[in-house]
Every structure is written in C-alpha cells, then in structure tokens.
Design a protein around this ligand. Sequence first.
Ligand SMILES: Cc1cc2nc3c(=O)[nH]c(=O)nc-3n(C[C@H](O)[C@H](O)[C@H](O)COP(=O)(O)OP(=O)(O)OC[C@H]3O[C@@H](n4cnc5c(N)ncnc54)[C@H](O)[C@@H]3O)c2cc1C
Ligand SMILES: Nc1c(O)cccc1C(=O)O
Length: 492
Amino acid sequence: MGIRTGDQYIEALKSRKPEVWLNGKLVESIFDEPYFQQPILEIARLYDMQHDPAYQEDLTVICEETGERMAASFLPPRSYEDIMKRSKAFEVVARQTYGLMGRTPDFLNTVVTSLAQNSWFLSKYNKDWAANIESYYRHLRDNDLFLTHAIVNPQNDRSKTSHEQSDKFTHLGAVEERPEGLVVRGAKMLATLAALTDEVIIYSFPGFAPGDERYALAFAIPIDTKGLKIICREPVQDGTRSTFDHPLASRYEEMDALLIFEDVVVPWDKVFLYNNVEAANLLYPMTGIAEQPAHQSSVRGYIKLAFAVEVACKVADSIGVDQYLNVQRDLGELVQSVEVIRALLRTAEREYTMTERGEARLNPDALETIRGMMPEMYPRAVEVMQTIGAGGLLMMPTEADFLNPELRPSIDRHYGGREGVDAELRMKIFKLAWDLCGEAFGMRALQYERYYTGDPIRKRAIFYNKFKKQHNFDLVNSILAKENCLKEPQTN
Ligand SMILES: Cc1cc2nc3c(=O)[nH]c(=O)nc-3n(C[C@H](O)[C@H](O)[C@H](O)COP(=O)(O)OP(=O)(O)OC[C@H]3O[C@@H](n4cnc5c(N)ncnc54)[C@H](O)[C@@H]3O)c2cc1C
Ligand SMILES: Nc1c(O)cccc1C(=O)O
C-alpha cells in the first residue's frame, strides 16, 4: 500500500473496536468519541500531508525494496544524507503540532526501523526473533500503520523487581507457551495515544534482574487484540472546549493509558524477544533504539521549546513589559536555551558515526545531553511564561464573553495590551500561554518533557558514570604530571 491518507487511517480506526475505557465507560466508537475527535483529525492530517505536493518530498522517500513511497521515518539511516532527510521529516511533522504531540507515527516508526536494522543483535539469541522483527518492520512500513508502545512497568513497588512484586502478574509477564502463541498477563505503562493507534509494541528499558525471565519480553499485537484493556487517564479536554479559549488543549490532547493484558495470546511470529534477561537488558544499548527515536524526540523537543519561547516573548511584548531589564534577561535566557538545543541537535547529526553494520548513528552524547537539558529548559520556559504573564493570565474572559455584544465594548476597552495590541489579540496570546503554563494540558506537556525518556535523575547519573569510565582526563593528568617544585621550607 505504501503511504496512507488520512481517510485510510480513519477507516482503519472505524473498522476496529479495541477495549478502551474512558471516564468509567467502555468507548463504543473511537472515531465518534468527542474526546478523541480532534486528535484523530490532527493525526489524519499528518497522513494526508504525505500526499500533499507541498510536503511529500520532505515527508516521504521511495522504498528501495518495494519501489513505493514510504514515510521517511522508515528510512534506515546509512549516511549523513539519510540522517538529514529524516531530520527534515521529523521537523515538518513537529511544526504541524508545535511539538506538542510527542508520539506522532514517526516516533515508533524509528523504534521499529532501528530494531529491524539491528536484527543481527536478536539473531545472536534466536534467528526467529530477528526474522520476526524484520517482517514486522515491513508490515508496519508497507501498511503505514500507527503504533503505540508501553515499555515501563507500572509504579507498584519500585523498591522491588518484577518477580518480587506481591502478585506475579502485576507487571506484564509470560504465562504459558501454546502452539498458537505466547500467553501474556499483567500491566505496562504509559501508552500514549493508544486508543487512536493500529497496533502496540511492547519491550522494556533495561533493568531486569535474574528471576525476571518471564518479564523479559518484546512483541507487537493489533490494538484490538482480545484481552487487551486500555484504561485512559482523565482527559484534559472534552472535545467541546472552544478553540478560542483553549487553542492547544482543544487540538493536541495526547491521551495516555495503562495497558492491561488479560491472558492475551501473542502469535509466535510477533514475538521479538522472550525469556532472556541478558537480551532484554542489552536491547536498548545495542540496537540503536536509544538513538533513532531520540533523533525524532530531539527535533520535536526543539520545536516545542522554540514555540513556548515565542509564546513567552509575545506575552511580554503584548503588555509592554519586555522593556524591563529583568524580563529581557529571562527571555534572553530562554532564547539561548533554544539555541543550545539547536546546536546540540546539529552536533548530534554532524558527528554521526558508522556502525560496523552500516548504520549511521547520531552522536549519543549530544543526544543524551538534549535529553538531560530539556527536563530543565522546558519547565523553565513555562515558569518564565507564568511570571511574565502573572495575574493577567488569570483574568481572561471566555469566547462567550467576547462574543456577547453587551460586554464587547468593555472587553475592547479593558483587555487590550500595549499600543497596537487590541483586546482580541491580547486574549489570544494570553490564552495560548495559559494552555501551556496553567492548564492541565500544559502540565501534561511539561511532565512529558521531564519523563518521556525515563527518569532524568538516573539518566544523568548514568551519563556521568559513562563519562568517568570512558574519559581519560588528559587535561588534568597533564598538569598533575608536571614536575612541581615544592618550595623549600624557609629557615631563619
Ligand atoms: C506524559 C508522558 C507520556 C509518556 N508516554 C509514554 C509512552 O508512550 N510509552 C511508554 O512506554 N512510556 C511513556 N512514558 C513513561 C515514561 O517512560 C516513564 O514515565 C519514565 O520512564 C519514568 O518512569 P516512571 O514514571 O515510572 O517514574 P519512576 O521510575 O517510578 O520514578 C519516580 C521517582 O522515583 C525515583 N526513583 C524511582 N526508582 C528509583 C531508583 N531505582 N533509584 C533512584 N530513584 C528512583 C525517580 O527519580 C523519580 O523521582 C510517558 C511518561 C509521561 C510523563
Ligand atoms: N523514551 C523512549 C521511548 O519511549 C522509546 C524509545 C526510546 C526512548 C528514549 O528516549 O530513548
């Protein structure tokens, strides 16, 4: 099939009935559910853009194997040109959603591409696993499917490993082997956009201990597979909120969910790893699933930060406070944070290396520095927005007030900004800012930057420990090696 259209994506959604729970109710039709409507249309638009002559060259490439167009995120990177082709495609997608949707289809396309490109790793343990991931990659690519993923165990008792939890199947694990497939039971988090996807892939961040064999798993299944329960978090919008009042929350809600597997049968040809703690722990460091998705998330994060910083600047400018030195200092800091991320991104791309097997892999240290800095830089942008907007963020009337002819003259008189900024523009800017820095939508977007890549504290500690192990401290050693003349003690 090659690239899908938005309609084809929606038709596929309509043809399925996954077990999705929202606000205590089983969702009857995903497409007709008001909470999901706008995000579905946003995703559909991304599929349509692949066919739009204005975007097609940026978003797609011709597949060497099939001769058909495919999303550029399926291109296995083998050169700097491939890296930059993918980078451009990630950026075009990110710009459409202002970087606020982190798990657009391109994200998991990169995960499966990197796993398939590095199937040699799986074949060291089991040739079937390698063949399975390769054919899954083709299935995903050729049908242009939309995936979600869940790679973290729920926070039940973090002081214990999976096999030490009080219930053997609190965390997702294998129950039994049957001729038709592997039976799995338990929960996994945090599947963003799960309800709107075609399929789900399961694997894990490293951290398995001996005894965790049944939890050391990787597989994929259609999202409507029998026994898979999807429990959504509380929504941040209800599909009826005005786009004037909530320009972002009304459009870009990425519903997160817990996945509970109740004796789900995974066909053997969709099992990529099983019953092997060593392989599960090495999957992440050995296969490029750290770097390829991080490329997408770095580009997307750069756009999101740049957007938040533009909003903060507009808030300051609209009420004339950016003439003050303290405000200029804070905004200057934010603009510099965008430059830092842009510079790191370009460094990661330019300083790529070729693996022995021909994958062009971005500089992991630059990527990890982006992942380390964003959890500080993005919340800082939100904080600056809160402090510059101050009380004004909390006094904005609603669209209904604005449209009421009786109120309109008062609104026009009292809600305007500096000269040249009328009440409507000022309200629009402040409502944009409030969605980012006050609303539940904005807090979720902030929490995403803090945690989407794992716990930032432990990740930074791992980064330091790797640095210490690999760095030879030439500079310090060279001065330590210099002959130092100790001063003779003074004698009288
Ligand atoms: C909005 C959002 C969307 C997400 N989307 C997805 C998704 O689509 N798919 C997916 O798989 N995941 C997703 N994630 C989940 C993400 O991978 C996890 O949130 C992340 O890995 C952090 O794990 P945790 O939330 O379980 O926190 P925890 O690991 O439980 O950490 C909680 C706190 O305890 C501390 N802590 C816990 N364990 C230790 C320890 N051993 N040593 C020291 N300190 C410790 C941490 O420092 C932290 O402060 C998403 C997360 C968010 C916030
Ligand atoms: N956060 C990630 C994810 O959810 C899947 C794959 C990779 C990552 C990552 O940040 O490395």
